[in-house]
Design a protein around this ligand. Structure first.
Ligand SMILES: *[C@@H]1O[C@H](CO)[C@@H](O)[C@H](O)[C@H]1NC(C)=O
Ligand SMILES: *[C@@H]1O[C@H](CO)[C@@H](O)[C@H](O)[C@H]1NC(C)=O
Length: 314
């Protein structure tokens, strides 16, 4: 044993030394290596990721206008690929905290559009309707009657965050839905990275609202929690595929392990994110309940092959 241990410790010393030399003299590997025959982006990946660009445009423009008072045309006009500027975007009246959050989200969306366009090619920015009356009609549909005065997302920080509740979540569930049918290693890398940040944005918005869940949204007689529940229910109705969207307070059977009414994150019975198809998403963001009938945030419809094919077949 003693003899063995002398040679063993010599071996250990050598190993430590050689590791040290390796660390000092070699470049550490920081990128995964892909099999030599792996394909970075498949043709089908392109369609799905270009579909996602429609949602990224909506987020980019809504956040840029809300935080800075101007849109993509003032920051990176080339990313619009010649598409028209949005209708009705405005600087929102935001407090310091909210403005910082939304400014960060806005620039994140610019990055998302840039990487999407350089990876799968850009689509022209679709016509977007960011006007206060369009948000008001979404909230009226959610409550089933006309809120008075009409809901105005640009009025203050809480209104803006309630309006924001409407947006990144659709990107999140869309990426989860696209994931199983995306194949290229570069497409998958991109999708995971986009999904990570979209769900982070959604979580920040939901946490902000959760902290205020019991507050009444002045001058309406509904709490913040109720607003989120009504919006989530509206989206479930429009998408017509069951419950895939939950407010920040839920009945126990929708909470984590059927044990919480608190629902900071929206997730299914195994607490994994819900998933939606492009058709479901369009039914919601068109506010029409029909992927063949544009409207809502996209008065002329979304761009790219997937959305355009729905528009050709009414
Ligand atoms: C934007 O939405 C509002 C409210 O629905 C609507 O009145 C207006 O006509 C829309 N604008 C366009 C260009 O579709
Ligand atoms: C929660 O309830 C649903 C039915 O509402 C059931 O299908 C599910 O298994 C339950 N989950 C747990 C962890 O008990």
């Amino acid at each position: 044993m003693a003899v063995l241990s002398a040679s063993a410790s010599a071996t250990v010393m050598l190993m430590i030394l050689s590791n040290l030399i390796y660390v000092i003299f070699s470049d550490p590997i920081c990128q995964p290596t892909y099999p030599p025959d792996a394909i970075p982006v498949y043709e089908e990946d392109r369609d799905l990721l270009q579909f996602a660009e429609n949602l990224e445009f909506l987020e980019a423009e809504f956040f840029l206008w809300g935080a800075l008072g101007h849109g993509l045309d003032g920051i990176a006009p080339e990313l619009a690929m010649g598409g028209p500027p949005p209708i009705g975007g405005q600087k929102a009246k935001l407090d310091f905290l909210t403005e910082n959050i939304i400014t960060e989200f806005a620039y994140q969306e610019v990055g998302h559009l840039r990487i999407l366009e350089s990876t799968v090619g850009g689509i022209p920015r679709p016509q977007l309707n960011l006007s206060a009356p369009n948000f008001a009609s979404v909230f009226d549909a959610a409550f089933g009657y006309a809120l008075m005065p009409p809901f105005d997302p640009y009025h203050d920080s809480l209104s803006y965050m309630l309006a924001s509740y409407v947006i990144p979540y659709m990107g999140l569930v869309g990426y989860v839905g696209a994931n199983p049918i995306i194949n290229g290693y570069q497409s998958k890398r991109l999708l995971a990275g986009l999904l990570g940040v979209e769900s982070g944005q959604d979580a920040v918005i939901r946490m902000y609202l959760y902290e205020r869940a019991k507050e009444v949204v002045h001058p309406y007689h509904h709490t913040v929690a109720e607003f989120t529940i009504r919006i989530s229910e509206l989206r479930n109705r429009l998408a017509m595929c069951g419950i895939k969207d939950e407010g920040i307070i839920v009945p126990l059977e929708l909470g984590a392990e059927n044990r919480t009414e608190s629902n900071v994150l929206s997730a299914n019975t195994d607490s994994i994110s819900y998933s939606r198809t492009p058709g479901e998403i369009l039914r919601v963001v068109y506010s029409s309940g029909d992927e063949h009938v544009p409207g809502g945030f996209y008065p002329n419809g979304a761009n790219g092959r997937i959305a355009q094919e729905f528009l050709k077949k009414p």
